[in-house]
Design a protein around this ligand. Sequence first.
Ligand SMILES: Nc1ncnc2c1ncn2[C@@H]1O[C@H](COP(=O)(O)OP(=O)(O)OP(=O)(O)O)[C@@H](O)[C@H]1O
Ligand SMILES: [Mg+2]
Length: 231
Amino acid sequence: MSKNDYILEAQGIHKTYRLGIAEVSVLKGADLAAKKGEFVAIVGASGSGKSTLLHILGALDKPDNGSVRFEGRDLGKMGGGELNRYRNKMVGFVFQFYHLLDELSVLENVVLPAMVSAGVVGWIMGRGNAKKRGLELLEQVGLKDRASHKPYQLSGGERQRTAIARALMNEPKLLLADEPTGNLDSATGNGILELLERLNRAGQTIVMVTHDERVARRAGRIITLADGKVK
Ligand SMILES: Nc1ncnc2c1ncn2[C@@H]1O[C@H](COP(=O)(O)OP(=O)(O)OP(=O)(O)O)[C@@H](O)[C@H]1O
Ligand SMILES: [Mg+2]
């Protein structure tokens, strides 16, 4: 397999948090690569730096040292506009606690990434199509009949399915999921994992963080983070 098959390559990632005089070195040269179409799980103890690493992969945070390449391009060399495009269009992010906006309906939450990338004029022109795609995604995750509900009217599993639909809105090449089942009971979590597996079978590249070995085993490959490095 040639090097170009990697959609994502992180090399020598270092990250230290400084709070006053206290320093916590979380990542000390972590390497990771994911091929197009792979489903990779990152496991590690609480505090091992899984979320930190995932945020760096999604350009939600910057490493102190090391590089992240997406389709061969170094995120560290991208300008602000290009990085925003990466965050908004190339990557979809799913969080443990959903991060949905309670003032918006389920459908409005799902189409939000399209609104952000379209700008005002583009949104006025394209919102009909965006809503159509939003409804299709809600159907895919089994929530079409909940489109006009508010997130607080949904169960935890339904909220996470809404968040996954939102993450998929702009057809990201890479789905990053941080403990997507961490706040759910095992049956509901299993439904979310089945959804991720289904997306992966349809070609979606996924990198998922979890502290739960059983959850990790649902992925195609497991990477373990310990002492700031990938074992
Ligand atoms: N913004 C921050 N400022 C200071 N320290 C931080 C910050 N974010 C994370 N840390 C510290 O970095 C370490 C790694 O945190 P991180 O959230 O990446 O761990 P994790 O592996 O995701 O843990 P969990 O399984 O509990 O979610 C922890 O010790 C945490 O306290
Ligand atoms: Mg975490």
